[in-house]
Each structure stands twice: as C-alpha cells, then as structure tokens.
Design a protein around this ligand. Structure first.
Ligand SMILES: Cc1ncc(C[n+]2csc(CCOP(=O)(O)OP(=O)(O)O)c2C)c(N)n1
Ligand SMILES: [Mg+2]
Length: 542
C-alpha cells in the first residue's frame, strides 16, 4: 500500500494502464488535475477547443489504437457540450473513460455555480458512471471503469472527479481488473440450427455491422462467407466489416433487393439486419450485445457471444456438415455473385469516366483522385453525409482500419476523429472527407491539428448545403417537393471560405474549383508531414 493524494493516484493509474494522451478542455474544476499532470511527463495533454471535439478525438484514438482513451471535460457545461459525440461513442461501442471535474463534493448541497448531476447527465451515453467521493475508492472506481468499458458490448464510461477528492489522501494499491477482456462462446445448439439453415439455403445474404470491427472478427467473417458463398452487404451507416474489393462484397444493404431479390436466409453479424426481412425467410443474428438481438424484429436464431468466437463456431459447424451437393450449389452461387460484382465495378468505372471533367467537380472524381493519391497504409474517415455511400463504394477498403465513419448520427466529428486516429496509429495517413456542414461543427479541431502538428489531411466536400436533406426530403414528403426550396437547407450566401478558416487556425489550405487541378492539390496535402486542408467545390445537385 502506498499513501498518496487523489490526483497523484489517478495519474499513477493512468500510467499503469498505458495511457499516453489525455484529451481535454479545462476550466476551474480541472486546475488541480492539470497542475498534477505537469509532474507526469509520460502523459501528454491534447487540448481540443470544443468538448464535442475532445470526445471525437478520444474516440478516434481508441478506434485506431485499440486502447481505452481518457478524456477530461469541464464539469456541467463541458459535459453538456460533449453530448453529440458521446452519443456517437456509445452507439459505436467505443471503450473510453470520460472524466469531468466536479465542484467540491462537501459543498454540492449549496449548488455552487457550474455544479450539477454529472452522472445523471452522462447516463444515457455511457455504460456506467460514478462520482468518486473518497480517495480510497479511486482504485476500485477506475478498475471497474476499465472493466466495464472493455467488456463486450464495449462502450464509454464516465467518472466525475470532485475537487476535494483530488486533495484527499488514502492508501492506494492499483491492479487492473482483468488481464484479458471477457469473451464468451455462444450456445452450440443455436449455432447448429443456424448451420443447418445456411447449408440448406438457396439464396442467403449476409449483412454486416460494426460489431465485426469492434470484435476484430473480419478474417473469421470472410472465411465463413467464402465457405458458404454468401453475398456480403454492409449495413446502413456502418464502417468496413468486409473487404470491399472482395468479389462477394456487393455494397450496402439497400442493394440486396435489386441485386439478390428475396433472400431465404438473412445472416446478420455485429448488428441488426437493417432491411425488411421477407416473410418466411430465416433470420440469424450474431452479436456480442444481447440487447440488440431481437430488439425490434423477431430472430429465428439469436447467437450471443464474442463475434469472433461465434463466427468461428458457426464456420466449424457448417464445415462438419458440408456435402458435395451443397458445395456444387455454393460454387454456382459464387458465379452469380461474380457477375453482379462485375456489373457494379463496370457501372462505377463508367460513372467516373462520364463525370471526370464536370464543373462543379463531381464527387466521383474526388473519390477517383483520393484513391490515386492515398498511401497503401491509410485511413479514410467519412463525415460526408450525402456522399457516404459513394465514398464507401468508390474505393477498395480491404482492411478494417482503411475506412471508418461516424458511428451514431451526430455530424461534425470527422476532423477531430481523424486527429485522434492519427495519434492512435502513427503508421497510417488519415484522410478525413467531411461535408461543409459537418466541417462547421468540427472546425475548432483544426487548431489542435496545427498546434500539435498532427499530419492529417482534411478534404472538405463543399456544396454550400445540407445536401442530404435535399436528397431525403422526397422520402418524407413525396416527389412534389423535389424542387422546393426549404429554409435552412442551403448556406450559400455568404459562401463559407474553408481555406481562410483553416489558415486562421494555422493549417495550410487550398480551394479547388477545376477538376484538372484536383490531383495535384490532393497529392500535396496527403504527402505533407503537416496538417493540410483541401476545400473542393462539389456539385450539390449531382
Ligand atoms: C449534431 C447534428 N445536427 C444536425 C444533424 C442533422 N444532419 C444530418 S446530416 C446533415 C447535413 C450534413 O451536411 P454536410 O456535412 O454539408 O453534408 P452533405 O449533406 O452536404 O453531404 C445534418 C444537418 C445531425 N445529424 N447531427
Ligand atoms: Mg454540404
């Protein structure tokens, strides 16, 4: 046992857990915390100039490094400002420890300015939260925080740190709760049932969501898909959970009906099907989150356990029962899938050729040139809402770290997420492709990139509008509103100058209007060892 004050104990725990960075934005309730930090040079503070961006950076860091990130917010207003990206982190199951300063716990009844029910505020967006009252509780609170964050279904946790706690003394002895996160195997009987249906199926489909990436299960999923010759579709709004260059990958789940027709078995891994399942079709859902299985729709086989282990078990069960007849049926199916894939690849190549010289620049041209300039080891981070599907379909992303998107639905996390990813994995060039509306949410992060010289590339798809709203309005209101101008959808007057904005925060930038200039501009930014922004005026209508 070692006697120490609370603030020292917290820093010692961080070092023991391998923390490198603390993402934060301070206020008076963080002064003691930051003063103590100066005595621990192993821990680097990264200042983000908006709390929403603090959490987005911390999320990106965790997703790229696989390590639990630590962030530190300024009590009630700081926590309130961080809610949108906390929602993203919770939705995406990202294991993070979010802390916030609290006023002196012994004076909370007086309701000092800025104090509030921090744990209650954070509750909807975290797996667990606690306000630590006594220094002797610091080890158990952090041990539990790490355990809860990393136990599937993984996710963020919250700890409030009152001022008097930081100055209290206690005997502190800290060991991690677990040497390895808890993993569980699924029910073998349910797995066997699912195996039978997949072996008998004439027209199965597989939908994949980010539970696959979270569970590091892409290799197992590919092995299963190849064994049963099943077409793989990304779920709506997920990142890469199956190599997009693979012949069996046919885009996102909206393509199921036009390409495959009516499936007789829908196998969903790491998230729900996200499509209306045809009557009579069998549904199989593999997830490490029992809450998700059968949450909204009935599921015929709910396989709950580690995604990696569950997919491996299902693969084994199918291999044991495989026959020559089934092999033949699978081989025929793979031929059919190859034809569909060739059609998709040809259609994309034609679109890129047709739109190559368009002014304003077509988004397909932007994808083509990013693809030509990106290094083999790179991550494209997607925060470009109406173009997301095009960005996902227009390049091959063959490893899970080659593409990431905002999980959850809060816009604007792209620049900050990219910064966190670049800190979390320095081997990869991170290129954030962000909409202009989203860039207006996250622009504070540009200063962080400049200050710490984090060499991210930020590509702003500038269309002076929330284009996604113009694209989706007819879904809600019908074709009659196709050309109707709605208030709040456009922000073309004045046109926002992202080059000037970036330069104001110390980031080199250029604006591109002509397709012929695009490649050189992107190449310069991507090859740079410093943060750079490229603003591209893209066609809002195409
Ligand atoms: C915090 C938050 N505010 C508003 C929205 C609603 N919303 C979703 S996408 C979007 C438009 C994003 O605009 P932009 O980044 O310019 O992309 P574009 O639609 O033009 O491709 C908006 C406003 C949201 N999802 N999250
Ligand atoms: Mg836009």
């Amino acid at each position: 046992m070692t006697e120490m004050v609370g603030k020292t104990a917290i820093m010692e725990i961080f070092k023991k857990e391998g923390v490198e960075y603390i993402f934060g934005l301070p206020g008076t309730t963080e002064v003691r915390f930051l003063d103590e930090l100066t005595s621990h040079p192993e821990l680097t503070y990264i200042l983000a100039m908006h709390e929403d961006m603090v959490i987005a950076m911390a999320e990106g860091y965790t997703r790229a490094s696989g390590k639990v990130s630590v962030s530190n917010l300024h009590t009630t207003p700081g926590l309130a400002a961080a809610m949108p990206t906390m929602l993203n982190a919770k939705h995406g199951g990202v294991p993070m420890i979010i802390t916030a300063g609290q006023q002196d716990a012994q004076r909370l009844l007086v309701e000092p300015p800025l104090s509030g029910d921090l744990v209650g505020m954070a509750a909807p967006y975290v797996k667990w939260g606690h306000e630590i009252k006594y220094a002797h509780d610091i080890p158990i609170a952090f041990r539990r925080a790490y355990k809860v964050a990393t136990t599937p279904p993984t996710g963020p946790v919250f700890l409030a740190l009152p001022q008097d706690l930081l100055e209290q003394t206690a005997d502190i002895n800290y060991e991690s709760a677990l040497t390895k996160p808890i993993e569980s195997r699924p029910d073998a009987e349910v797995v066997a049932r699912a195996a039978e249906w997949l072996l008998a199926s004439e027209n199965p489909v597989m939908t994949l969501s980010y539970g696959v990436d979270r569970g590091d299960a892409m290799a197992e999923v590919v092995k299963l898909a190849e064994l049963i010759g099943i077409p793989a579709f990304h779920g709506w709004m997920t990142d890469v959970n199956f190599p997009t260059g693979h012949v069996q990958q046919l885009g996102d789940s909206r393509g199921i009906k036009p390409l495959i027709g009516s499936p007789d078995v829908v196998l969903s891994i790491g998230g729900g099907a996200g499509i209306p399942v045809p009557p009579g079709a069998k549904t199989i859902h593999i997830d490490d989150d029992d809450w998700q299985i059968g949450k909204n729709e009935p599921v015929d086989a709910g396989i709950c356990g580690s995604v990696k282990l569950s997919v491996a078990d299902l693969t084994d069960a199918i291999t044991q029962k495989m026959t020559d007849d089934v092999r033949k049926r699978i081989a025929d199916r793979v031929e059919m899938i190859k034809g569909k894939k060739a059609g998709l690849v040809a259609a994309l190549a034609k679109k890129m050729a047709d739109e190559n010289d368009n002014v304003p620049i077509a988004f397909s041209k932007l994808c083509k040139e990013i693809d030509a300039c990106r290094p083999a080891k790179s991550t494209i981070f997607d925060d470009c809402w109406s173009y997301s599907r095009d960005l996902g379909d227009s390049m091959d992303y063959n490893d899970p770290k080659s593409y990431g998107r905002t999980r959850g639905g809060a816009i604007g996390a792209g620049i900050a997420n990219a910064i966190g990813m670049a800190l979390g994995n320095t081997d990869r060039k991170v290129i954030a492709v962000v909409g202009d509306g989203s860039a207006m949410w996250g622009n504070q992060a540009l200063w962080t990139a400049a200050h710490y010289n984090i060499p991210v590339t930020i590509v702003v798809a500038s269309n002076a509008s929330y284009r996604i709203l113009n694209r989706t309005k007819t879904i809600f209101l019908g074709p009659k509103v196709k050309d109707k101008k709605m208030p709040g959808f456009e922000f073309d007057e004045p046109r926002i100058d992202f080059t000037k904005m970036a330069e104001a925060m110390g980031v080199a930038a250029q604006t591109v209007l002509q397709p012929a200039k695009l490649k050189d501009a992107l190449k310069k930014a991507i090859d740079s060892n410093a943060p750079e922004l490229v603003e591209i005026h893209v066609d809002p209508t195409a």
